[in-house]
Design a protein around this ligand. Structure first.
Ligand code: ATP
Ligand code: MG
Length: 389
């Protein structure tokens, strides 16, 4: 969006500042002490399981519900007393809420009419935004004459046409089939970059979050678990929840022996292993969980050398997923938990069969150590890969 001109706040101000915001519905603390800022032009994704407070947070930013505590600032202004239509926020909901009796063009023109834009400028903008979402020539179609993906684009154009400071997206892609969803993710990103509009996107699809975002906020039970760029979030999760929510992750319960400058020694089952620990406050003797990404664990055909840990294991299962194989195996010395790992290049490797004995290995630095959470036993992480929908 264009931001030059008189009276605009300085460029250094964040577009959104959320300060210690909480929302309580009776006995449910839906959002708890959430605190962050969002720079102008950034694309933030809020990622988290169902019920963790994503929509509630978004609706507070949009102004549809009031925080129980805390303050929200948009463009340097506290918005407590501003109703939604005065917040310069465009929003696309999961259910698109398009007007079915209107044409695509009329839908897109609607926010401009509400704001009293002159007729000519309205027509010109509608044309421009139809083009932007690649619906040129389809403006006269009614909503039911458009495909799901095309309707999605009408909703995007309608949210953007009045050139808001902020675009809020509440799982607008969730209803689409996977292929179209992936196309729309890239499409969204293109439009967002082209316009430079600051965007907050909500999803529970980890792949969508990784693909689209400058930054990702992982939420659980109303709280921010971690907020970081996608690579950091994936490679340096700060706690067990984040490690388990992204990627295909094995968890092994054990005990910390000692740690020094991020290097840890630990015991799992009968084995002593090396690992990497981000939290220096975990004391020796503490119960820990070691997380190992499926793609970091592999079958070793030869001696891996320095810095690796290895175990004997029996293949339990092989799952064909097209471009890759997902194995599960049992290593008796680590306890009875199945370990999952991925062969991402199955054309170059022999396929191993259930019952075969193999040697598995990983780099000690790939074993991430977290404080054990009270209720979690020895488990494996999310069963789903990339597409949790
Ligand atoms: N109006 C309401 N009244 C009472 N409780 C509510 C209300 N809206 C949300 N909640 C509760 O607040 C919590 C957070 O809900 P929210 O809709 O923000 O979750 P979400 O992360 O968007 O989940 P989903 O991924 O399923 O959309 C839930 O426990 C929900 O039941
Ligand atoms: Mg929601």
């Amino acid at each position: 969006m264009k931001r030059e001109g008189a009276g605009r706040p300085r460029a250094v101000e964040p577009m959104v500042r959320v300060e210690k915001v909480s929302k309580r519905f009776d006995d449910v603390l839906a959002v708890a002490d959430v605190d962050f800022t969002l720079e102008r032009g950034a694309f933030l994704t809020i990622l988290g399981p169902s019920g963790c407070g994503k929509t509630t947070l978004l609706r507070m930013i949009a102004g549809f519900i009031e925080p129980s505590a805390g303050e929200i600032w948009i463009h340097g202004r506290p918005v407590r007393d501003l109703p939604p239509y005065r917040r310069s926020v465009g929003m696309v909901f999961q259910r698109l809420a398009l007007f079915p009796h209107m044409t695509a063009a009329q839908n897109i023109a609607y926010p401009l009419r509400m704001r009293g834009f002159p007729r000519e400028e309205t027509a010109a903008r509608v044309e421009r935004y139809l083009r932007l979402v690649q619906l040129e020539g389809l403006g006269e179609r009614r909503i039911h004459e458009l495909s799901g993906g095309q309707q999605q684009r009408v909703a995007i154009a309608r949210a953007l046409v009045f050139e808001p400071d902020l675009l809020l997206l509440d799982e607008p892609l969730a209803a689409l089939d996977r292929k179209l969803r992936q196309e729309m993710q890239l499409e969204f990103r293109r439009i967002q970059r082209e316009l430079g509009v600051t965007t907050v996107n909500v999803t529970h699809d980890q792949r969508e979050a990784l693909v689209m975002s400058d930054r990702i906020m992982v939420m659980d039970a109303g709280r921010i678990q971690q907020m970081a760029v996608p690579e950091t979030l994936y490679h340096r999760p700060e706690n067990r929840f984040v490690a388990g929510f992204l990627g295909l992750t094995n968890f092994l319960a054990g005990e910390l022996l000692d740690s020094h400058r991020g290097h840890a020694r630990l015991r799992i089952g009968d084995m002593r292993l090396g690992g990497r620990v981000a939290d220096p406050s975990i004391p020796p003797g503490a119960r820990i969980e070691a997380a190992l990404r499926a793609e970091r664990l592999r079958i070793l055909e030869e001696d891996p050398g320095e810095g690796w840990d290895t175990v004997e294991a029996e293949i339990l299962e092989v799952i064909f997923e097209g471009e890759r194989l997902v194995y599960s195996a049992r290593a008796e010395t680590l306890g009875d938990v199945p370990l999952r790992f991925v062969d991402a290049d199955p054309l170059r490797h022999r396929r191993h069969r259930p019952g075969e004995r193999v040697r598995l290995g990983w780099r000690a630095s790939d074993l991430m150590i977290f404080r054990a959470e009270p209720e979690t036993a020895t488990t494996v992480g999310q069963p789903e890969r990339e597409d949790n929908a």
